[in-house]
Design a protein around this ligand. Sequence first.
Ligand SMILES: Nc1ncnc2c1ncn2[C@@H]1O[C@H](COP(=O)(O)OP(=O)(O)OP(=O)(O)O)[C@@H](O)[C@H]1O
Ligand SMILES: [Mg+2]
Length: 301
Amino acid sequence: METVYVRRLRKHYGELCALDDVSFDVARGEVFGLVGPKGSGKTTAMEILQGRRARCGGEVLVLGVDPAVAARVHRERIGVVPQETDHDGMCTPRELVRYRAATCARPRPVDEVLEMVGLAGKRDVRIETLSLGEQRCVDLAVALIGAPELLLLDEPTTAFDPASRRNVGAVMEELGARGTTVVLTTNRVAEARQFADRVGVLAAGKMIAVGAPDELADRSGSERRIIRFSLPEHVPGCDLPDAGHLLTIGLDRIVELRSARPTRDLEWLNRWAKERDVLLEDLTLAPPTFEDAYLELIGQA
Ligand SMILES: Nc1ncnc2c1ncn2[C@@H]1O[C@H](COP(=O)(O)OP(=O)(O)OP(=O)(O)O)[C@@H](O)[C@H]1O
Ligand SMILES: [Mg+2]
C-alpha cells in the first residue's frame, strides 16, 4: 500500500480554488517533492495530509488512514516541519527536543538527532541566539525525534546555506534507505531535483506533472535542445533576431533558445552574430534539464 494516496483532492477558500483535482501517490521510503511557485497550494496540501486542514473533496489516505479522522496515535507516526514555526527562544535545542521526546512512544536518542541535523555544537545555547537556518535545523530535529514513518516537511530549507542544504539531503537519503517516507515542498527547482526521487509540479492548485526529475526533463522534449549564450553588454536585447520560437533573455543577459532544429538555428544565429560583429559568449547546446522542463510547464500553466 502507498504511504500517501491522494485522489482528486479539492480545497476551496471561499471563491478561491487552492487545490483542483490533485492526485498523487508516494511509496514507502520515497522522497517526494511538491514543487511550485508561491501560492500554488503546497502548504494547503501538506496541511491536509497532516490532518490540520479540512478538504472539500477527494480521497486522502496517509499511512492507510484518512487524516481528517485520524487519532493521536496515528499522528505520532508522522513528523512535521511546518512552513512557519514559533519557538520559545529562551530554551535550548536540547531542552526542546528532550521535551518533545517525552511525548513520543519510541523516541530516538536526543543527542543523536541533534547530531544528525548538525546542531551538536549548539545544543545548549538559547534558541533565540541561533541563526534562522540553525533554527530551521531545530524544527527538523523536533520532526525526527519520534522516529516517524513519514516526514512532512514544508519548505524545510528556508534560510539554509548550501552546506546545510547538502546535510539535509544526506539525512533524507539515509532516512529513505531505512524506509522512512519523506514529502517535502520547495519552490527551489534545483533543490527538488537534488533531494527528490519523484516530484509533483503544482501550478495554481493543479498538479500539472508527476514523475522523476529526469523523466520530466525527457518528457519536455527529447528532440529539442536548449541553445544558450550570454549577450554582450553593448548589444541591446531588442537587437536579437525574431526567432519565432521561445527565445528568452534573463536579467543576467543569458539568452535561451528552445530549438527543435539546433543545427539550423545555430547557423542563423552565427550569421546574425557575424553580421553585427557580436561574440556569442559561453555558447552551449544541451538537452533540456529538469529546471528547463519546470519553467516550461509553469509557463504553459
Ligand atoms: N487560510 C486561508 N484562507 C484563504 N486563502 C488561503 C488560506 N491559506 C491559503 N490561502 C490561499 O490559497 C492559495 C494557496 O496557498 P498555499 O499557502 O497553499 O500556497 P503555497 O504553494 O504553500 O505558497 P508558498 O510557496 O508561498 O508557501 C493562495 O492563493 C493563498 O492565498
Ligand atoms: Mg507554502
